[in-house]
Design a protein around this ligand. Sequence first.
Ligand SMILES: [Zn+2]
Length: 449
Amino acid sequence: MVLPPRIRRIIPGMTYFRPLFAALGLSLAAALAQSPAPVTAVRAAHALDVQTGQLIPHAVILIRGQRITAIGANLAIPAGARVIDLGSLTLLPGLIDAHVHLFLHPGNETLQTVDESTPQRTIQATLAAKADLLGGFTSVKDMGTEGAGDVASTAVRQAINRGQIPGPRVWTCGNAISILGGHEDAFGFNPALHIPSNADVVQTRRDLIHTIRLQIKDGATFIKIYETGRDRFADGIFSTPYQFTEPQLAAAVQEAARLGTFVSVHAQGEPGTLYAAQAGVASLDHATQLSPRTIRIAIRKHIFAVPTFTVFKFFADHAPNAKSAANQYAELAYKARQFRLQLKAGMPMAMGSDVGPFPHGTQATEFVLMVHYGMAPLEAIQAGTINAATLLRAQANLGSLTPGKYADIIAVQGNPLQDISALTRVKFVMKGGTIYKQPPGTQPPVSLN
Ligand SMILES: [Zn+2]
């Protein structure tokens, strides 16, 4: 287990000085409060201000404890500070993936939820969390355990938060919510075996509220609902049935809000995307088909589209036969055309890759695809930093290199505004002031279990 450096420094001191504090009549807490956490200075050739697109030269970020205290060019470094010199690298805020599946790994998605036990999948999820963090993602929104339930994802999240295992900050919905015979129900099996759905199945508004309450009780930090599916793309036409009515979704949004959180929906196309936008969800995930009316409502209500190009491309690249591949590439091209229309209309965008079906830690490819399909590099970076933080309602703490926010910092070689693929080669990762990855040769070396 790797303890944060601050804790490592405090523990030996606690043991050694406890009798002394006691003798002097001081409480340990009071003694610690009198000695502020030491300062760390991260220095690099540049830092990117993701809000303005400005590159700060000779960048220095000062960190105390888990948070940034100052950032600027050639800032004076206080005496005694730990200095991490990253040379020619460019500093950015930690990346945020607003659509991941920690409990999925490459392979047959349906069968892994049938073949593998929940403990087995939970162990896989801890490895996925580590891979995502080392890939530069210091926060992720886990969009469903796909049948592993709510408690398993809560256990992974809590182990990360306690510092027991390395991983990003995790927002989790536990299992997603769907309807009987809807998206993620177990199709294609012998019905006599009663293979369960990969989602929590609800039929009525009452069921929906009950399930939301149960999921939050089990540790979910937001709610995911499958609003559309199963999808059909034929002869250039995309269609997908809606699953819940607008009043049902509005009731879910209201219940989530009562509990202090939000609803994200899997929503591929109309009319489900419209119903979800009218109901006031936080994000429309996949968002392949949005009508002008849906986009207008989403802009007014600050609802984000999360395109998830990487998973579509991965499935097309790995289609079982040429006919299927051709259809999937045609659907991807349709999605790209729709994306450009959404961009032109000013649709708010957050980055989400849908990683899990493809290897964890590789999902910065999503930035490359967003730029490939028409986004400016700065907009793509904003989608995966400040916008995703806003979607998570964590913009006061995450999403930019700003004093007062958590020291979630990554570094890449080169200028990602000129070569967005630099984000796929992250050299340095810090989360909350703790280093998890650094370039070879940097002292002292980081060791990760
Ligand atoms: Zn997904």
